[in-house]
Design a protein around this ligand. Sequence first.
Ligand SMILES: CSC[C@H]1O[C@H](OP(=O)(O)O)[C@H](O)[C@@H]1O
Ligand SMILES: Nc1ncnc2[nH]cnc12
Length: 296
Amino acid sequence: MSEKIRFGVIGGSGVYQMEALQDVEEIQLETPFGPPSDRYVVGTLHGQRVAFLARHGRGHRISPSRLNQRANIYGFKLLGVEYLIGVSACGSLQEQYAPGHIVIPDQLFDRTTGRALSFFDDPTVGTDGLVVHISLAEPFCPFLNQICYEAARETGNPVHLGGNFVTIEGPRFSTKAESRVFRSWGMDIIGMTTTPEAQLAREAEMSYSVMAHVTDYDVWHETEEPVTVEAVVRTLLHNAEVAKQAVANAIRRLADAGPSPQANALQDAIITDRSLVPPEVVQRLEPIIGKYFSGK
Ligand SMILES: CSC[C@H]1O[C@H](OP(=O)(O)O)[C@H](O)[C@@H]1O
Ligand SMILES: Nc1ncnc2[nH]cnc12
C-alpha cells in the first residue's frame, strides 16, 4: 500500500456511504482473519485521504454477532489509519439523551457473549505464543472524543460528551428487565457493535471514538413504545445526515493532528518474552506488532 491514509470512518446502521468523499476508489482487502465487511471506499475530504467502511456491509447484510471486526480493524491498519471514528445507532437509557441526539461516550460496558475480542487470543489462526494485555481504562481516545464533540456541536444538533455505553450481544433487543438493570447500573446508551470495535482499535494502536446517535428509548420508557427496527429506521434518516456532517467536521479539525495519542498502546502490554514469540505470529500480525519485533 503506497499511500498512507491516516483517517478512517466506520459507518453503522443507516450510514452505508459518505457522499462527501471525492476522487473515490474502492479497495478490496484480505486479512489473516478473513475478509472485512465490504470494500473500503477511499476518498478525499477537506484535503485529507479518508477510508470508509460500511460496518454491516452495504445493504446491511451482516448481523452484529457475525461481524468480522478483527478483519475490519486490521484492514484499516493496513491502509495506515491512525484515527478511526465509528458511527453507531444506539438506544437511550436516560431521559436526557433523546432520539436525534448525538452522544460521544467515554466508557464502555461489555455484555457481549460470543465474539472474538482480541487480535492476540485466537488459537485458530496460530497466535499462540504471544500474550498481550492492553489497558482499556479509557476505552475511547480522550483527544479524539473532544474533537468529535466539537465537530458534532458545530452541526447545531444536541450532543453530549461522555456517557456509559453498554454493548449487548443481540441481535435481539433487550427485555424490560434487562433495560431496567442497565439503567440501575448507570448505563446511558445501548448498542451492539462498539465491543469489540473499540478494544481492537486500541490493540491496533489507533485513536478511536464513536459518534453514537440516539434512535430510540430502548424498552424501559413509560410513555414511549418499545424499540423496533421500524422506529430506529424512522429516526435514522435525520441522524445519519447529522452524523456524516459531524464526521466531516472532525476530519477537518484533525487535518493538523500529530500521530495518534494511542500510537504506543502496546508498549507496556506485551508480557511474553519477545525472543520466544514464534516468527509466524509476528509475521501474521506485522502491521500491528511488527515495530516491537524489528530488533529481534
Ligand atoms: C438497526 S437497530 C440495531 C443495530 O443498530 C446498531 O448498529 P450500528 O452500531 O452498526 O450502528 C446496533 O449496534 C445494532 O447493530
Ligand atoms: N435499543 C437498542 N438496543 C441495542 N442496539 C440498538 N441500536 C439502536 N437502538 C438500539
